[in-house]
Design a protein around this ligand. Sequence first.
Ligand SMILES: [Fe+2]
Ligand SMILES: [Fe+2]
Length: 310
Amino acid sequence: MTSPTDLDLLRELEPVAAANIDRHLGLAAEWMPHEYVPWSLGRDFDTLPWEPEQSALSDVAQIAFEVNLLTEDNLPSYHREIASAYGRDGAWGTWVGRWTAEEGRHAIAMRDYLMVTRGVDPVALERGRMHQMELGYDSGNKSPLRVMAYVTIQELATRISHRNTGRFTQEPVAEKLLARIAADENLHMIFYRNLVTAALELAPDQTVLAIRDEVLNFDMPGTGILDFKSKARQIADAGIYNLRVHHDEVVTPVLRQWQFFALEGLGGEAEQARAEVASFLEGLDAFATLQEEKRAARAARATSELAAQA
Ligand SMILES: [Fe+2]
Ligand SMILES: [Fe+2]
């Protein structure tokens, strides 16, 4: 049997996309970004310039919030990626439009919140946005299946990142807003995850290879953000998003939902790909433990240095 082409697959999956749009629309409650912003706190920046002390957010909470917002800001690039993978026609086109419109709300609400509350430096934020959007996001010429596998993992990663950032701020208004956005990301994840489930039935071997490629090479879409490495490390140290979270709360549950390791009747290449995923997960788990140990050692060192100074 020859494997279906990308176009065949998209055509065969279109009724599944249509059914999942209906499911999505039935669950996605309308919400208003303006209702999540405490407008009465707002002041003009020319009469009261921004000062770091004005922020109610800790340094790390500011970094996490900023990284999440700059990631959302790059929506035009993601739209281009999704639209070129799925096209503009039929159910796929409907989804691309709906998904883009929902995503657009995220940056609007987050930026309004940060400006009104003076949560982060507005000039640095704007410069960061310019940098990030000029760079854009380009995942290369991925097949629709790879895009589907990637966005399933990415939507779940984003959901958890927003939710944990909200909790970390310990600021009830921020927490409520980020929890609201995380709920959107969860529904997006379920849409894509269900499509991958259907693809695993239609073209199991090809889909397993696509999942392997994305699990092994996963990068958050925000990697182009200025100083991303140092920011990601601080976000990891705070437990907002790190290898442990990625392994336990993102990749493992998604693979379980797909019954990835229980699939039967795969060909040799797909079996091999699955073995690669298994050994990758073992490595990721070990790295996650190492990351936790290093963090604990750093924290212990900082505490003893403080004690020595006292
Ligand atoms: Fe989003
Ligand atoms: Fe999303």
